[in-house]
Each structure stands twice: as C-alpha cells, then as structure tokens.
Write a protein that binds this ligand. Structure first.
Ligand code: AMP
Ligand code: GLY
Length: 430
C-alpha cells in the first residue's frame, strides 16, 4: 500500500513513523511534512495540508492507495469530501461531520440533542450580553471561541474578572479572528482529563489506549492553555468501568446521532473527557483528528498495525478488534520560550542524536528546520516531542526525561511533570 499523510507537526511525524513500519506499506509520502521525517516518508514540501489540487496530483503521480488527513482545518474546510469525490480512500471525516470540532456550538447542541454527558453551556454573539452573564453567574467558568483556534481559544477562569478579560480578548480584540464571532460560556468541570480515540467507518468502532495530555504551559497545570506540552498512554484515569461508560454514553450515541443527522462520521473521533472523582465522564470537547501530542506516545506504545484500522475506516470496512495496550509511552514536548504566545525561531538544536540513540526513544519533530550542515534549528512553538516506550508509565517517563535531558536550544521550555499524575495514582492504588 502507498500512503499519503497530510500535515507537518509532531502528530504527522508520529503517523508517518508508525505507518512506515506496517508490513502492508510500501512507501509513505508527507505533504508538506517536516524536516524531521526524512527517514520515514518522501516529503512534498510545496504541497500544503489544505491544497486539494496538490494532494490529488501526488495521489495520481504516485498511485496513492490511502490518504490520511492529519490536521483539523482542512477537514473542517471539506478536504476529505473533495478527495473522496476524486475517488480516493480518505481517512478523515466530511466537512459536515467535522463540525463536531469546527464549531464548539454545533458540538454542544449536538450533544444536548443526543443526551451525551457534558457541562452546562450558553452561547453568545454579543459582548455585552456575555459580560453580563459572567458577572451575574459570579463563579468559575470556561470561556471559548466558537471556531478553530489551534487549541488556544479557551480560557479556564476562576471568576468574572478573568472571564471578562477573556471575552474582551476574543470578541473585542479578536485575537482569534472570526473564530471569536461566537463564544461559549461553560460550567467549569472538575476532575481529571483524558483523551480517548475511537476509529470508525461510520458504524463499527475500534478504540485505542486512553491517553492524557498536559494542556497548560507550566508545571502543576498552571499558565495558559497550549496545544499540549506532553502526553502519555495508557492513562489509568480511564479505568475499564470509565471506558465502558464512555463507549455507551458518548462514542456510540455520537456515531448514531451523526448517522441519523445525515453526517455519518468516519475517521477518528477524539473525545476530550473530564472524569470526576466518582468516575463520571463528561465531554470537554470533540476533535475530528488525532491529538497532538497524544498521538506520539499512543503510536509508540502500540504494538499492532495501525494501517488496517486507517484503511478500514476510510473504506467502510473496519474490522472490529481489540487494540491491547501492552506497553506505555510518555512524550515530553520541548517548546520555544514564550509559546503559546510569541517566541523566536532559528535557535540551533543540540543533542538530537544522543537523545534518539537511547533505548525505547523516538524523537518526533514538530517545529524544526534542517540546516545545510545536517543539523536542525527551531522553527515553531512546539519544537520536538521526545517520546519513549517502556513496560509501564514510570519507566517510559524516566526514559523520556533522560532523553530530553540530552537536548538543548536557547529558550527551551518544557514541563517537568508529564505523566506525574499516573505515578501518583499508582502510588495511591498500589
Ligand atoms: P478545548 O479546546 O475545548 O478542549 O479546551 C481546552 C482545555 O480547556 C481543555 O483541555 C480543558 O483543560 C479546559 N476546558 C475546556 N472546557 C472545560 C470545561 N467545561 N471545564 C473545565 N475545563 C475545561
Ligand atoms: N492535544 C490536544 C489536541 O490535539 O487538541
């Protein structure tokens, strides 16, 4: 099989790395890909992830059997529909189905229609009405831009002052452009978060190991929301009992609901969960693609072949199976100082080879650029995902941090507490 992956981040690097290791796969192309993918994929750097004509040209010229769409923006924009119309097998939902991520209001109203557990919410298009609401409510809340904002259009607020600031930033200063034409004000859920992935051909489902992301910039879940500063899998907060509830109360009703509304969902449904102290799961968000960085540890710990799942979902022939989580993996993101706000690029990266040579370690590139001398410089907010596999989370974590310690660049910022919660939990339970 010849596979084309679109996108350029750490998630896409992990996808091409895993797909390239499938015995069914002859070769992998990446459009545009990134400079770290050289060993695993043929890069087509002049074709962007949203470039329909460019992707069709690669598919035709290279005889591509399967296109895997990495990022959300092109999906929300309808790229899967356009590629499918041209006769290609595509992993990723239609524009209609991608509304589950493209509009947070659509997603909330959909969940309300289908009884999927979620926080209380209200939507606003008027700044003054939204300000009045947060003042009236008084307590903690979450303010969200309705549209796509690269995971950054969400403010988790302790009280009205913070919420007012977030509303002004989104609606008056328009920090996220038209994504902020509408906002949601949500009940602030408490508990522990997890990311759960259900691959589907619209009807049948194969789920992957639950993962946990670390969205805040600083240790102890302080600081601003980012795209994700690190992740690990499997996440023990999603116990068997919780997983059963998520399947029965979230995944199946959502797939059924999408079918009944004429927007059959295919691809991967990413369920962002909050699990409270009683083990009750509620949906924080849906995404319509793999998570980043979660995909990095998820695919590194996965022993089986991902390609039949992707191809089955793309062609309506997914074979139900259990994907066992035999090992664990931890990913520590190395970010540019200043991320998720402004940061400098072009800082030389040292120690990549030493890190990659360590046992169980794969270093995924997210924002790097190769230099003529064979080195790399920083070229994004999230620069690298240092990912390590081990028999359990504790050993994977030790390996990931030991590898991360090998790497340095000016302004490097990382969290020191990735996967710490899994260890606390193991300590409590064991
Ligand atoms: P989202 O982009 O909707 O996933 O939001 C980003 C992050 O904000 C989530 O991963 C949570 O950490 C937090 N968040 C979003 N909605 C809520 C909520 N209703 N209650 C508590 N935290 C939330
Ligand atoms: N890690 C969060 C996301 O991919 O949206």
């Amino acid at each position: 099989m010849r596979v084309l992956v679109s996108g350029s981040g750490g998630r896409e690097h992990a996808l091409v790395w895993k797909i390239a290791r499938s015995p069914r796969v002859e070769a992998v192309w990446a459009a545009p890909g990134n400079d770290g993918m050289a060993g695993d994929a043929v890069r087509v750097p002049d074709v962007a992830a949203g470039d329909t004509e460019g992707l069709l040209r690669i598919a035709r010229d290279e005889g591509i059997d399967l296109v895997v769409v990495g990022p959300e923006d092109p999906l929300v924009d309808g790229i899967a529909d356009r590629l499918r119309d041209a006769g290609l097998a595509v992993f990723g939902p239609s524009a209609a189905a991608a509304q589950l991520e493209g509009s947070k209001t659509f997603a909330r109203e959909f969940m309300a229609r289908h009884g999927v557990p979620q926080p209380a919410f209200e939507t606003f298009t008027d700044l003054d009405a939204a300000l009045a609401q947060v003042r009236r409510a008084g307590g903690p809340c979450v303010v969200k831009a309705d549209g796509l904002a690269a995971g950054k259009g969400v403010a988790v607020c302790d009280g009205p002052a913070e919420a007012e600031r977030a509303l002004r930033e989104i609606m008056a200063d328009r920090r996220f452009g038209s994504a902020g034409d509408r906002v949601l004000i949500e009940e602030r859920l408490v508990g522990e978060e997890a990311s759960y992935y259900a691959i589907s051909d619209g009807e049948r489902v194969v789920t992957l190991a639950p993962a946990q992301d670390h969205k805040r910039a600083l240790d102890g879940d302080r600081g601003e929301n980012t795209g994700g500063m690190g992740a690990y899998a499997p996440a023990p907060v999603v116990s068997e009992a919780v997983e059963k509830r998520v399947l029965e109360e979230v995944v199946h009703p959502t797939l059924r609901g999408m079918r009944s509304e004429g927007a059959t969902y295919t691809g991967v449904l990413y369920v962002g969960l909050m699990v409270d102290a009683e083990g009750v799961p509620r949906v924080v968000e849906f995404n319509v693609r793999f998570g980043d960085p979660e995909t990095q540890p998820l695919l590194v710990q996965m022993s089986g072949d991902l390609v039949p799942l992707l191809h089955g979902a793309a062609t309506g022939a997914l074979e139900p199976q259990t994907v066992a989580a035999e090992d664990a993996a931890v990913c520590v993101v190395l970010a540019s100082g200043g991320y998720p706000r402004s940061y400098e690029k072009g800082k030389p990266i040292h120690g990549l080879e030493q890190a990659s040579a360590r046992e169980g370690v794969v270093v995924f590139h997210a924002g790097t650029r190769a230099t003529p001398d064979g080195g790399y410089v920083t070229d994004g907010g999230r620069v690298l995902g240092v990912t390590a596999r081990g028999p359990d989370v504790a050993s994977a974590r030790a390996r990931a941090y030991a590898a991360a310690d090998c790497i340095d660049f000016a302004g490097l910022h990382r969290r020191e507490d990735i996967a710490a919660r899994a260890l606390d939990r193991a300590g409590r339970d064991g």
